[in-house]
Ligand binder design. Sequence first.
Ligand code: NAD
Length: 468
Amino acid sequence: MTVHTSDVVVLGGGSGGYATALRARELDLSVTLIERDRVGGTCLHRGCVPTKALLHTAEVADTVRHAAAAGVAASLEGVDGPAALAWRQKIVDGKFRGLTSLLAARGVQVVTGSGSLTRHDGVPAVRVGDDLYAGRHVVLATGASTRALPGVEFSARVLDAERALSRAEIPERAVVIGGGVIGVEFASAWRSLGTEVTIVEAQDTLIAGEEAASQSALAKAFTRRGIDLRLGARVAGVVDGDGGVVVSVEREGVGEDLSADVVLVAVGRAPSTAGLGFEEAGISLTRGFVDVDPELRTGAEGVWAVGDIVAGPQLAHRGFRHGIAVAERIAGRRTAPLDDALVPRVTYSSPEVASVGLTERAAIEIHGADAIASTEVSLAGNAKSEIVAAGSPARPGFAKVVRLAGGPVLGVHLVGERVGELITEGQLAVAWEAHPEDIAPLVHAHPTQSEALGEAFLALAGSPLHTM
Ligand code: NAD
């Protein structure tokens, strides 16, 4: 057994883990980063990055399809699945090379191998084969993996997001089980690429947890785009047979068989915390998630947890923030805990859905209906929104702002093409507890989609310009 020592040992090289490592090196701590696969993790290799590339291929197809609306004669001859796959892989490979170089340039020691948590000489350590990596601190960043449906095996036709992303062929008919973020993004992309798509969702709405107005706007837009929705539906069985896959669903006591050439299972992601020595090392888990204090310390001395293994929104940018904060705390800085409500959320479908802070319903539950005011500004009157949505069958979206009456902005909710880029302004407003009156005098460039947010702030401050 060879023992190696460093100030910080990070287990897992995804968004949370590599952010911890980079920030810890900036703060002059020695760092060993242990990764069993490739640094960058799910987000870079199997999640956020290739999915957004797939969605961009879909957007380009839609742009060509609707080109006549903007005065360009073009016709969509088809989508080259292998070329689209090669393109998204090229993007991933480039970002992977960049990250590998950055880690090397910062002096992070990257170890390839599968690690498990243990203790050595009174300090936490990670064992990788016959090597033991002991640190004053160990940061757990092992991420999450696809939840399977009980009794349903993955195959060449029963896919999770990773399998779906690595397929070159574009399905003719797809059933998407789960109308959360992953299900909605794939349904959107495949529909744009010509697939007949049905989403089966157990709850009565898509994108549970989002603002009710956003949920219904997305459902309407998807229906107009020809995506079939089976909401409030239970999956009774999935049969992967010779001629395709059949998903049996049950809704309000009525059964239905849906046939498809592929099925995407997108029913959530489970934290990767089993079999890694966590509990043996004194760490308690709740439903598989690591129990932490607000500063992300686990119950085991010197052991921290970041990212998707900590209960809360499973988002790469939350993992980055966790990693930065933990590295700073290890270096002796006082970094404030992250409030999950301040983490912006973007669903990159067509239309996009973006939000930060509280939904109107949550704000009312906390503060009471009389204490909450909100306004919703349609993008129908926004020139830039109409231009970028040229020819899209989806209706214009909106910008909705929720505030405490006489107080700060509590939540911002957006639906529309490319509105994800606007959420940063909402985040600043919510996180800085700005009052609409503070923001109303600020000028929004014309014509931009951000004017809709500006109008919402004006309206809540009592001085609407374009709305009643
Ligand atoms: P999710 O939890 O967002 O949605 C899963 C959905 O599946 C839920 O609506 C649930 O009701 C439904 N469901 C569960 N079991 C079902 C069943 N048997 N039949 C029908 N429906 C069922 O999970 P996800 O979409 O798999 O995403 C996983 C995580 O990854 C989420 O935390 C998500 O935020 C994150 N993610 C984020 C982005 C983004 O930010 N753009 C993109 C992809 C994934």
